[in-house]
Design a protein. Structure first.
Length: 224
């Protein structure tokens, strides 16, 4: 029985070569205990595994293993982002692109966002844009704010806060009066990263919010 204390590349490779997809997923999980360059080479063929769950697990691991070879990781993630038949794997590719801060993939991310009707993929892309920190993301995030999906709106609010671009302030201020406290909570977090007189006024209002979590988040910025 392979345990963390006796993980070796050869033992992990046996799991990755198994016909049982559960064993392959277990092997992927063990990769994090190997030297990163070795683990990266071992995971490369698994990214295109025949099993969806295995591909998902492998692509998700690139978020960390990919740091040792960003160029190759970018190629693999672009391939999965465009070509994987399963939406959750494509979403995982978008997540990994954000985790690795591969700004070279911005135009790819932008294209997929505009073309896909799948909310899960859009959600992952919006979250990724916050991590990438690329100012070109403003147009997409403004579009996400107008979405019918509240989850997508919340994620876009957070991403705009991460970008820290004051041009987003006029788009965010109308959310101060939203009925969902989770929207107001995320808004307080985002506005706290932007600053300015309009932001202070909005945060003063949120500091008096009936929901304690929202009020406390606003008060952090105000120092009250």
């Amino acid at each position: 029985m392979l345990g963390i204390m006796n993980v070796t590349p050869s033992e992990v490779q046996k799991l990755l070569d198994s016909e049982d997809f559960g064993a392959r997923i277990k092997g992927i999980n063990f990769l994090r205990h190997l030297e990163i360059k070795t683990a990266f080479e071992m995971i490369k063929p698994i990214v295109v595994d025949k099993n969806t769950r295995v591909r998902y697990a492998a692509v998700s691991q690139l978020d960390t293993l990919g740091t040792c070879d960003l160029h190759t990781s970018l190629e693999m993630l672009r391939d999965r982002l465009f070509n994987d038949p399963e939406i959750d794997v494509r979403a995982a590719a978008a997540d990994a692109i954000g985790g690795l801060k591969l700004t070279e993939a911005f135009e790819d991310i932008q294209q997929v966002y505009r073309e896909t009707p799948e909310w899960l993929l859009k959600f992952s892309i919006v979250a990724t844009l916050g991590e990438l920190g690329d100012p070109r993301a403003l147009e997409i995030l403004q579009d996400a704010l107008a979405s019918d999906s509240e989850l997508l709106q919340i994620t876009a609010i957070g991403a705009l806060g991460e970008l820290g671009d004051p041009r987003a302030i006029p788009w965010l201020l109308p959310f101060v009066d939203r009925s969902d406290w989770q929207v107001r909570y995320r808004l307080a977090q985002a506005l706290s990263k932007l600053g300015g007189e309009q932001v202070r006024s909005a945060l003063e209002k949120l500091a008096a919010d009936e929901v304690e979590q929202v009020a406390l988040e606003a008060k952090k910025y105000l120092g009250t």
